[in-house]
Ligand binder design. Sequence first.
Ligand SMILES: Nc1ncnc2c1ncn2[C@@H]1O[C@H](COP(=O)(O)OP(=O)(O)O)[C@@H](O)[C@H]1O
Ligand SMILES: [Mg+2]
Length: 327
Amino acid sequence: MTDPTQPRSPRHTQPIDPQAYPQQQPPQQPQAPVMPPQAPAPQPAPQPMPQQAPQMTPLVPGAPGVSVSQEAPLFGGLVGVDPTRERPILSVRDLEVFYGAARALRGVSFDVYQGEIVSIIGGNGAGKSTTMRTISGVYELLKSVKGQIWFKGQRIDQMACHKIARLGMAHVPEDRRVFPQSSVEDNLLLGAYRRFKKERRRIRAEVDDVYDRFPVLAERRHRAAGLLSGGEQQMLAIARGLMSNPDFLLMDEPSLGLAPILVREMFEIVNDLAAEGKTILIVEQMAVQALEIADRAYVLESGVITIEGTGQELVEDPRVKEAYLGA
Ligand SMILES: Nc1ncnc2c1ncn2[C@@H]1O[C@H](COP(=O)(O)OP(=O)(O)O)[C@@H](O)[C@H]1O
Ligand SMILES: [Mg+2]
């Protein structure tokens, strides 16, 4: 299991500014922590306390009856950890999602910290895309949501998707959703359409940055997106997500339908984006690569998180090997 006191990744070089997300704070978490609480602190020798009931030494801040200062709010995954040290950029708490009467997510909780790659793996129908769409605020008929989602200190589970995007989150959807009749370049510009008039020069620079990153898109800039190969369309979908200049990326099965060599390339791109300081939540069905690049990972099964750990721990976990890595 993850030791929450250890830095999660060599990419964790930037100090976390405790004032970084000042707007609101999530509530204290009365429920069980997602990560194991730390070993109890050594208890002082019991003192006789004549008039009062004996006082318990608080083992887990945030547990019922334990007061926690307002300056040091806690997120779920940090229960038991020095709360001023670091705070998740994304915190999903007890998320339940229903499509009509059918429950697709059954109380999912997890955290993503700044600069991490976190992977969620799970089979077809496990609820991966539902998780992603619910985080990014995609509206769906018949969908109802319980639980909480916090992003950069704000509660976003009732927020419209364009507002969530403005907070710096981009969603690269499973089905890629490129506009097949439009050119590669127009698809990219659509990724920035909200800023079109005011920031034309900056957008041009971003398109050029995207072309530097994906030279194949530069070559094909005037070609209709529908004529691109699967790998190129996936690059276009990622590139379009980057056009909104996000610092947090949700990637839904980016390797789906790609040839093995392109899968490797895709994960190299993900690694590069993380090395540049972006935080990435990725869901994948069977990809060992998704675990290999992950700082931490979760297994989602039938709407429930069943296993969590570092990417390496999950790669080596026999249950994961058998069910997801084809071993
Ligand atoms: N828009 C929808 N309407 C009704 N049911 C849905 C919808 N999207 C997903 N589901 C159901 O929710 C469950 C989880 O689906 P999904 O999140 O797409 O899983 P995954 O991405 O892991 O394959 C499945 O049972 C699926 O049939
Ligand atoms: Mg899916």
